[in-house]
Every structure is written in structure tokens, then in C-alpha cells.
Design a protein. Structure first.
Length: 337
């Protein structure tokens, strides 16, 4: 660099030092990235696949199932909060565990006094409460996701006139719990029952074999999809009478019902029915139908998405309500474990 002006020489030396620093740090950065796992972009949700909990990595329409989260136990079931901030996992020994997932990792939260071997677990719409059914009893938990505590326990069994010494407690067909854990809806034995933390109990529907139920976030607004009509009943306050009854053609065998995050619409899915229906409650229940090349088994909200099917040999089907108009997308099944 003989003959270069002093200022140009100083500039060239500064550039050389920066390049050298980058080259020295690059291997370490790559090593750290490899240790942290493959999921580094957005997480659209989590899904229980086989015996593991996997992130849905990427954006709707271009997402994939990521590597399994390390839970430190053999899992047989998992339910994910609608807010994606926790997951309730059943271990192979029947014990329940609460995890806080984040990307490729999950941290367990201490949780005492929960029942063994639950047959059904549901979250409240904001993930602040949960209802856990086991052996004829529902335990309502509040304080999720950081400070879980039992709010109350309710006996949920067959009607007294049907009890025998051989009675087997079947899991409720449907359950829903409000965010404040004040109200619980349970559908079993052809009846829909409303219970409260104060100890009150009443029947909302009787003689109904096919039903799905849901609460809206932050309050006591509830919806009931009954296959008897079929129709959708909307309760602005579940402790009072319904104010809207909306015809729900094609939904005679409901398998799932969930409010949108803002509570302005309700998504419903039915067994053996390809169309998924979104009811706009602000527009007198105007319905939008979406055709899905799938067999819905649920309607579980994951942020702005709704999961329609479980993860198995085939893809996971989702309803993306974060776009206008809403669309149905899928996440391909993994080719390797």
C-alpha cells in the first residue's frame, strides 16, 4: 500500500480488521445455531403427533412440522393452549404435566394435586383455565399458565336413575370452561349441564346426543352447536337464556366449536362434512363455508388458526382466519420421525 494517503490506509486497515473479526466469529455462530435446533423462524402453533409435541414452523400455507420438543417423559396425549403459551401433557404413567413451550424447547411448570389418567382435557379460550375430567369428576384449574391451582371440583356422572353397580363413567362428549373458571359446560349422557364455581348446577339441554360447546374469551358468552336442529345457540351470558338461534345446515354431527379471538365469530366443524362453517355473530349469524379435503375431528384454536385434524400419517389441516377471506391450508406430514 506504498504511496497511499494516510486516510485511505487507515480506512483499508479498518475494513480488514472487520472482515477478520467476522471470519473468526463465524464458526462459533454456526455451532451455536446448530445446538439451538432447526426452528428459528415463526411458530404458528404446536400439535401432538404420535407420542411427541411438535411446533408448526413457518407461516400458514408454507409451514412444516418441526422436530419434537424435549419433554423428558413418554407422552400419550397433549393439549395446547389457544394462546400457544402452555401445553398440558399426559405421561405414559397417567400423570399430568404442564409445560411452557418456546420454539424448540419446553419448560415444565410445577403443578400439584391434579388427577391421574385424565380422559378429557380442555383449555379456556384464553388459556387461563382448564377443565380436566377423570373417573366421573371434573377438576377446574385456574391461574394458568404460571400459577396453576384447583378452583373447584364437580362430580359428573350418569343421571341418578341410571346408576347401577356396573356403571362405567364415560368421558363427556364435550366440555368448555370460561377464562375466569366461573362456569363449566359439560355434555354427557344426552344432557348439557351448566355448573358454576359457586356450586350451582342446571340443565341447558336434554335428550341431545350430538353437541359441541365453547366459551368466548374474557367473559361468559357461550355457544352451543346442537345436532338436533342442527342449530347454533348463542348465550351472551351463559347463566341467562340464549338470544340467538342460528340454523346450522350440514352440521348434524358436530365435532368442534370455537370462538375467534375477538369473540365476533364462531367456527364449527362436523363429522363427515367437508365444509367448515364460520358464523359471523355481528352480522346476525351470516355463515361462510369453506370446503376442506379432510375429515374434521376437532375445531381447536391456535392463535389465529383453527386445527381441524390431528397429526398422524396424513397432513394437519388448519383454517387460517388471519387473512381475508379465510382459507384452509395444511401442514404436510413428516417423512421422518
Amino acid at each position: 500500500m506504498q504511496g497511499e494517503p494516510p486516510a485511505a490506509l487507515d480506512k483499508a486497515m479498518a475494513i480488514l480488521r472487520r472482515v477478520t473479526a467476522i471470519l473468526v466469529c463465524l464458526p462459533a455462530a454456526l455451532a451455536i445455531h446448530g445446538q439451538q435446533g432447526q426452528v428459528s423462524g415463526p411458530i404458528a402453533g404446536y400439535v401432538f403427533a404420535g407420542a411427541v409435541l411438535r411446533p408448526i414452523a413457518g407461516v400458514p400455507g408454507g409451514a412444516t412440522l418441526g422436530d419434537a420438543l424435549s419433554l423428558g417423559l413418554a407422552a400419550t396425549a397433549a393439549v395446547v393452549s389457544p394462546q400457544l403459551d402452555s401445553a398440558i401433557v399426559t405421561a405414559s404413567d397417567g400423570s399430568l404435566h404442564l409445560f411452557r413451550p418456546s420454539g424448540n424447547t419446553a419448560t415444565e411448570v410445577s403443578w400439584n394435586g391434579v388427577p391421574q389418567g385424565p380422559a378429557r382435557v380442555v383449555y379456556s379460550p384464553s388459556g387461563t383455565a382448564a377443565a380436566i375430567y377423570a373417573s366421573g369428576r371434573v377438576q377446574v384449574v385456574s391461574g394458568l399458565p404460571n400459577s396453576p391451582a384447583t378452583s373447584y371440583t364437580a362430580e359428573i356422572g350418569p343421571a341418578p336413575e341410571t346408576l347401577t353397580r356396573q356403571t362405567i363413567h364415560a368421558a363427556p362428549q364435550a366440555m368448555a370452561v370460561s377464562d375466569d373458571a366461573a362456569y363449566l359446560l359439560v355434555a354427557s349422557e344426552g344432557r348439557l349441564r351448566l355448573l358454576s364455581a359457586s356450586g350451582s348446577s342446571s340443565w341447558l339441554l336434554d335428550g341431545v346426543r350430538e353437541v359441541s360447546v365453547a366459551f368466548a374469551s374474557g367473559g361468559h358468552t357461550a355457544a352451543v352447536l346442537s345436532g338436533a336442529g342442527p342449530w347454533l345457540d348463542v348465550f351472551p351470558d351463559v347463566s341467562a337464556d340464549a338470544t340467538q338461534r342460528i340454523a346450522a345446515p350440514g352440521l348434524a354431527e358436530p365435532v368442534g366449536l370455537a370462538f375467534s379471538a375477538d369473540g365476533k365469530s364462531v367456527l364449527a366443524a362436523a363429522h363427515g362434512s367437508k365444509p367448515v362453517t364460520i358464523f359471523n355473530l355481528a352480522a346476525a349469524g351470516a355463515a361462510t363455508t369453506l370446503d376442506c379435503n379432510c375429515a374434521p375431528t376437532t375445531a381447536a384454536r391456535l392463535g389465529s388458526l383453527f386445527r381441524l385434524t390431528d397429526a398422524g400419517a396424513g397432513p394437519v389441516w388448519l383454517v387460517d382466519t388471519g387473512v381475508s377471506p379465510p382459507r384452509i391450508v395444511f401442514v404436510p406430514a413428516r417423512a421422518n420421525p
